[in-house]
Write a protein that binds this ligand. Structure first.
Ligand code: ADP
Ligand code: MG
Length: 717
């Protein structure tokens, strides 16, 4: 395969002053200098040679071929032609003023048109002269034309000068104004390649991986991604680099996991004892679903293994995670260990506590609750009993448990409704304990599998993809505000049957005051339909003091009020089985996962439930898609897939900070087969050679070490 014309030529190396050439400041590249360097930094984040190298072209223009004008057809996109200008003149007035030239080759004639820079271009071009022209074909009144084409005089000796794929780079208006348009960036990249040798971009994948997946070697791939000799070579280069991105990310996470499995000690829950068995046989209020049983088995296996468990449990809203948490905590108690269950809000913590206390009332298990509102005296007592081991199960809010609490022997920490439970948070938890407790993080925001394994590849991972039986499906409908009185009428009918309803208003974080006003207006509006004393309403929102919010929530739970008007504070976990209607106001303003979470507040009892999405009549396409998805499916994983498709991975809740999804070339949605391949290879290597000490993995070790310091890698080795 021949070299690309851009990069063959004289080679020279600049002194790298002991550092890697790719770390050189961009300023030192020929043709840049301090002023342009500053602009490149500001506008495109290009600080070093490496940054420029990774400023990949977003497409290539095929100039490998000179076509005949006759070949231009309705399907033609870009085309390169060569011919003689036969006439030229300025036409039209004001905004439609344009320069039109006719160019002719042996096969036909086509018009070239310019709207800007007319005077200058007219001076440059000459009737009777031959030119090589490249541009996008458009049709005006049925006739093809090339608008603002690239044009160069055609001399005999350079007739074949442009027979290659030209990279197109993104740039900005400011850069263009300083002579750094897309073509100039191509020139800089070309100049950069003159400085680079193969040894500067050494292979980082083992030979057996390259062979197995038929991947292009690294140096060639990086060259070809910019200056490919053919589109086919470019595709191969892309594949190689996409794989590399996925693979390196996957390998790092799998190594973390594998090393933890191998080297971290964990407390051992060796036996299932009386507490667990008695509860299971006598007090478990229902048969567990298959998914619940499977997850409990997975956790039992982990906690009996002698290594520390670090597990993410994903289960759709209502899949029954709480009972799994309880059984696991009973397992810990049977083995003489304390456990804690942490919830993100006071409401949720209280709900868990109430539910668990009821389930445990005939068992010899001591359970207490600790939150921000626990009174000082009670708090002191609880802290003491945690230290002396009297309390076996502690329920509380995240912050409270993390901050102050010392356990005698915490063996199991369960975090409800959170995606990530960071190293720092864990450290706070186990305090001075020599062996860290097992950690189970439970989340009801379904994340597509592909995304989960990318973002959470360092965690053990369980899914509960089954709802308890006898659930009536939730019927979801979309209604315009114009149908408000019918919707309110429907709520009345449900209340007449003894049910309750939620009405939720959006929070738009920019303006708390506006949100508040909007909510109050909404409340008054709803109230007009539901006059006291026939109906009672309560309201919860983020501006209320905790105790007021608690009381209002409790009144709804106790069915003292039939309608709960709320902001999204009720989003996670709240469980009122008698509520059968969820009305979401301004539903177009919510994201899919939020809508799904809110919908999950109903359909928890035996009654058929309804979710009504109220919107204005003005909807953009994305909003329509979201509403349609909600009406079509109640499967959280399907909703999540759609969410990923609509928003892209960067925005998925809980993954934003992880950085695990910031790929330059690879796309989690479109390149799934490479993601799968990368995961498979990475898992195998992490399992078989967690220290990368095998000779065939030497390149990986060296490469990961070269990334050290910039990355989480440094934390684990
Ligand atoms: P989530 O996974 O959303 O936290 P919960 O643990 O709150 O779900 O459970 C939702 C409801 O389903 C609760 O009322 C719970 O008692 C009930 N439930 C849980 N598991 C089962 C089961 N196997 N069979 C019947 N009902 C169940
Ligand atoms: Mg829950």
């Amino acid at each position: 395969m021949g070299f690309h014309p851009y990069i063959c030529g004289k080679e020279f190396t600049i002194s790298s002053r002991g550092t890697h050439i790719l770390a050189s400041p961009i300023e030192y590249l020929k043709g840049v200098g301090p002023q342009r360097a500053e602009l490149l930094q500001k506008e495109l984040g290009i600080f070093t040679f490496k940054d420029l190298l990774e400023h990949y072209p977003y497409r290539h223009i095929d100039k490998t071929k000179v076509s005949l004008i006759r070949e231009i057809g309705p399907q033609t996109d870009f085309i390169q032609i060569a011919g003689r200008i036969t006439s030229m003149g300025i036409m039209g007035e004001k905004r439609s003023k344009r320069l039109v030239a006719e160019i002719k080759d042996a096969s036909g004639v086509v018009e070239l048109t310019w709207f800007q820079g007319i005077t200058w271009i007219e001076k440059m071009l000459f009737v009777g002269q031959s030119y090589q022209v490249f541009g996008k074909v458009s049709f005006f009144q049925g006739l093809p034309q090339l608008t603002h084409p690239e044009i160069e005089p055609l001399a005999e000796e350079n007739a074949t000068a442009r027979n290659f794929l030209e990279p197109v780079y993104s740039t900005t208006e400011k850069l263009k104004a300083r002579g750094l348009g897309g073509r100039q960036i191509a020139k800089l990249t070309q100049a950069l390649f003159l400085h680079l040798r193969e040894k500067d971009l050494p292979e980082n994948l083992p030979d057996y991986v390259l062979q197995q997946l038929q991947l292009m070697p690294r140096y060639r791939a990086i060259t070809n991604i910019h200056f490919p000799p053919s589109m086919e070579a470019w595709t191969q280069a892309m594949n190689r680099l996409k794989f590399e991105e996925f693979f390196i990310a996957q390998l790092r996470m799998n190594l973390v996991k594998s090393r933890r499995h191998r080297y971290s000690k964990g407390v051992i829950f060796g036996q299932v004892g009386d507490i667990f068995n008695t509860f299971y046989e006598k007090y478990l209020p229902f048969e567990l679903t298959g998914a619940q049983k499977r997850v409990i088995k997975e956790i039992r296996k982990d906690t009996g293994s002698g290594r520390q468990m670090n597990r993410l449990l994903q289960g759709d809203v209502g899949s029954g995670k709480t009972i799994v948490a309880l059984l696991i905590m009973l397992l810990a108690a049977d083995n003489g260990y304390q456990s804690c269950l942490m919830a993100p809000t006071e409401i949720l913590a209280r709900q868990h506590f109430a539910g668990l206390t009821k389930l445990l009332k005939d068992l010899p298990v001591t359970i207490r609750i600790l939150t921000g509102t626990t009174k000082a005296k009670e708090r002191r007592e609880i802290l003491k009993q945690l230290e002396d081991g009297t309390i076996q199960l502690l329920v509380g809010t995240h912050a409270v448990i993390e901050d102050t609490v010392q356990f005698k022997n915490l063996g199991m920490a369960i975090v409800d409704e959170q995606h990530r439970f960071g190293v720092a948070q864990r450290a706070k938890l186990w305090g001075k304990a020599t062996i860290p407790p097992h950690v189970l993080v439970m989340t009801a925001t379904p994340i597509p599998r592909t995304l989960a394994m990318t973002a959470y590849g360092d965690l053990d991972y369980s899914v509960m993809d089954e709802l308890p039986p006898n659930r009536k499906p939730i019927l979801t409908v979309h209604r315009y505000e114009t149908a408000r009185s019918q919707v309110m009428g429907f709520i009345k009918a449900e209340i007449a049957l003894g049910r309750q309803a939620y009405i939720v208003f959006p929070l738009i974080e920019e303006s708390e005051k506006l949100d508040y006003e909007n909510l109050m207006k909404g409340y008054e509006n709803v109230k007009a339909y539901f006059p006291e004393p026939k109906y009672w309403m309560s309201m919860v929102h983020g501006r209320q003091p905790t105790d007021v919010r608690e009381t209002n929530m409790q009144r709804f739970k106790d069915n003292d009020t039939q309608i709960l008007v709320a902001t999204t504070v009720i989003e996670v976990g709240v469980d009122v089985p008698n509520a059968s209607v969820m009305v979401i106001e301004n539903a177009e303003k919510f994201g899919l996962s939020q809508l799904h979470q809110l919908r999950g507040r109903v359909g928890r009892g035996a009654e058929k439930s309804f979710c009504i999405l109220l919107t204005s009549t003005k909807l953009n396409n994305d909003a329509r898609e979201r509403l349609k998805t909600m009406c079509e499916t109640t499967d959280g994983f399907k909703v999540a897939e759609k969410d990923l498709e609509l928003r892209g991975p960067g925005d998925i809740e809980g993954t934003r900070q992880s950085g695990a999804l910031n790929f330059k070339l690879a796309n989690i949605l479109q390149d799934r087969q490479w993601l799968e391949a990368a995961r498979e290879v990475a898992e195998k290597i992490a399992d078989n050679d967690p220290d990368l000490s095998a000779p065939e993995n030497a390149r990986l070790l060296e490469y990961l070490q070269s990334l050290k310091g910039k990355t989480a890698w440094s934390k684990i080795s």
